[in-house]
Ligand binder design. Structure first.
Ligand SMILES: C[S@@+](CC[C@H](N)C(=O)[O-])C[C@H]1O[C@@H](n2cnc3c(N)ncnc32)[C@H](O)[C@@H]1O
Length: 248
């Protein structure tokens, strides 16, 4: 069932519809309210028509993850990441890009991501102790700047800390039917360092919408793309439950 909420999604003056001219027909966002929009579709079709000030996204892991309901193919993964980097360079001309990754692929990052990439550590306060080593207690988030990324008033980088210990237990409090929602506090931290208030953050692998909820919470605009409608529905419901902070 399509989640047609938001008074603006049917309005002729939708600010997001005009960003999709290449499709030939107007594409209506699945959700559009309070500066946050969700497109239901394949990001390969939708992202080429979008622009933003930062990219914060959590793609498939590329490790044939058993619980993935999407294609988590390992062989085509490098090409997907290279596509994402190329698109980011078009869509975010001057800004930060943060892309969640999985530790088993760490040796390939230099093939996929632009020169100068670094790793932000998305740590977990409730690590799952497994016999497989450390990689269940934090996830690498590859980040880089396209063009002139925003800086602090004193000229230093906006990214002033490259780790955050997220409340993973809080994810269970937020429990939804997506198999791997990110901790909301981690996403708020990343969105905060990646973008300035009022600016637009793109998430082309939106899942249950944690990036979008984080953006709304800290007064950013955001556009998400998600291929599975049931996850769009969860994201839309979560956004409806999030009270808009003043000043967006
Ligand atoms: C790792 S999950 C993101 C989870 C998200 N960070 C959250 O907190 O819920 C990746 C998401 O990308 C979606 N996805 C995979 N391929 C896609 C595509 N080609 N276009 C749009 N979404 C896609 C999947 O359905 C999945 O929900």
């Amino acid at each position: 069932m399509a989640h047609l909420l938001g008074n603006a999604s049917d309005a002729a003056g939708s600010q997001y519809r005009r960003w999709l001219p290449a499709c030939g027909v107007p594409v209506k966002p699945y959700y559009e309210q309070d500066g946050i929009a969700i497109y239901h579709g394949d990001n390969q079709d939708v992202l080429p028509d979008l622009e933003g000030d930062a990219l914060v996204t959590d793609p498939p892991f590329g490790i044939a993850w058993a619980r993935a309901t999407w294609d988590d193919d390992t062989t085509a993964y490098g090409a997907k990441m290279q596509w994402l980097v190329t698109e980011s360079q078009r869509a975010v001309r001057n800004g930060w890009c943060f892309v969640f990754q999985a530790m088993p692929n760490v040796a390939r990052f230099h093939e996929w991501f632009p020169e100068g990439w670094r790793i932000y550590a998305a740590c977990k306060n409730f690590a799952q102790v497994r016999p497989t080593g450390i990689w269940h207690s934090w996830d690498p988030v590859v980040f880089w700047a396209n063009g002139e990324a925003p800086r602090n008033k004193d000229g230093t980088e906006g990214v002033n800390r490259d780790y955050f210990v997220g409340n993973v237990a809080g994810v269970f409090g937020d429990r939804n039917d997506h198999p791997c929602p990110r901790p909301r506090d981690t996403m708020e931290h990343i969105v905060a360092i990646a973008s300035l208030p009022g600016r637009t953050v793109l998430d082309p692998y939106a899942g249950s919408g944690t990036t979008l909820v984080a953006a709304k919470n800290i007064r950013r605009r955001a556009i998400g793309i998600e291929i599975e409608e049931r996850y769009c529905e969860i994201a839309a419901r979560r956004l409806d439950q999030t009270v808009l902070q003043l000043g967006v």
